[in-house]
Design a protein around this ligand. Structure first.
Ligand code: AKB
Length: 318
């Protein structure tokens, strides 16, 4: 992994992953791929090359891969779960037709590909607690359908053509740099902003609804570490369960109140997000990731909360 294209470099994961890769692989080139209207800014724009990289434009992607001699593609282009329910055809186009373009380019040019899956790839029939690595995946959301298909298509390209595809099933990701847009787990990010700003938080997810969550530094470490893992140890590829914490809204609010006691919350449950959340696991079993590439998260709910509040105070209260 030396010359890397990050597609979706200005999104929640991409904005931090691109900077991490530039710091950790200084001998290579990390191209920040973006779509018009979501141009890189600040340090992301200044610290390396960027290029328009629309997953639906195969010729444009192939030109970037040739120009920068790309050997690894991080494909982070996706509509998140709640938006995908509103725009299912667009979600399919980006997530599936886009992925096919990337896999074809990877096959021709010999690139490795990381395309994240999600807790969204599971559904109501999946065992909810201790969700096994290999289990029932019958999601009912368009987001979930595209994530299962992403896993299958990525494995297909590995088995049929030898394309080095790898991925993880991300939980809800919590970060202070870039807000997520249109996910079911977004509440767990937004409440930190409300708490630090002293605003009442309106929670769209009902009390008692558990979901897997993860702090962004652990998610980024997983994305980098998996792509560097010894392929001989990988019995799985697309995709690995990874887990670090699981909570329901009240537990998160109680933890934040240990540091910001005045946090105010009211519930206005969004039926679309709630139905999706109820079909997702409460806690995945990540034993295979631990065994096959030494996955180990560093953050729990308390250490994440302290770090989030410290950074958001710096960012929002200047
Ligand atoms: C979403 O909520 O849609 C995402 C996810 C868990 O994949 N954050």
């Amino acid at each position: 992994m030396k010359n890397i294209l990050v597609i979706g470099s200005t999104g929640q994961i991409g904005s931090e992953l691109t900077m991490k890769l530039r710091r950790e692989i200084p001998s290579g080139t990390v191209v920040a791929g973006y779509i018009p209207g979501a141009e890189p800014k600040g340090e992301l724009a200044e610290s390396g090359p960027s290029a328009v990289a629309d997953v639906r434009d195969a010729a444009g992607l192939a030109a970037i891969v040739s120009q920068y001699r790309i050997d690894t593609i991080y494909n982070l282009a996706a509509l998140l779960s709640a938006v995908a329910e509103r725009k299912p055809l667009l979600a399919w186009d980006i997530q599936m037709n886009g992925l096919l373009n990337i896999l074809e380019i990877a096959r021709e040019k010999g690139c490795a590909v990381f395309t994240p899956s999600s807790i969204g790839s599971f559904g109501p029939e999946t065992p909810r607690v201790g969700t096994p690595q290999d289990t029932i995946q019958r999601p009912r959301s368009m987001y979930g359908v595209t994530k299962v298909a992403t896993e299958l298509l990525s494995d297909y390209y590995f088995h049929k053509y030898g394309v080095d595809t790898r991925s993880v099933r991300f939980p809800g990701l919590i970060s202070y740099t870039t807000l997520p847009g249109g996910g079911t787990t977004d509440y767990a990010v937004e409440v930190y902003y409300s708490a630090v700003k002293g605003e009442e938080f309106v929670c769209p997810i009902a009390p008692g609804t558990y979901m897997d969550m993860m702090y962004m530094p652990d998610a980024l470490q997983a994305a980098v570490h998996l792509m560097q893992a010894d392929p001989a140890r990988l019995r799985h590829r697309n995709s690995f369960n990874i887990a670090s914490m699981s909570f329901e809204p009240e537990q998160l609010f109680a933890k934040i109140r240990e540091y910001i006691p005045e946090l105010r919350v009211k519930y206005e449950v969004d039926p679309v997000r709630q139905a999706i959340a109820e079909s997702w696991p409460d806690r995945m079993d990540d034993a295979c990731a631990r065994e096959e590439w030494d996955w180990e998260p560093a953050y729990d709910l308390d250490s994440m909360t302290r770090d989030m509040i410290r950074h958001l105070r710096d960012k929002l209260l200047v």
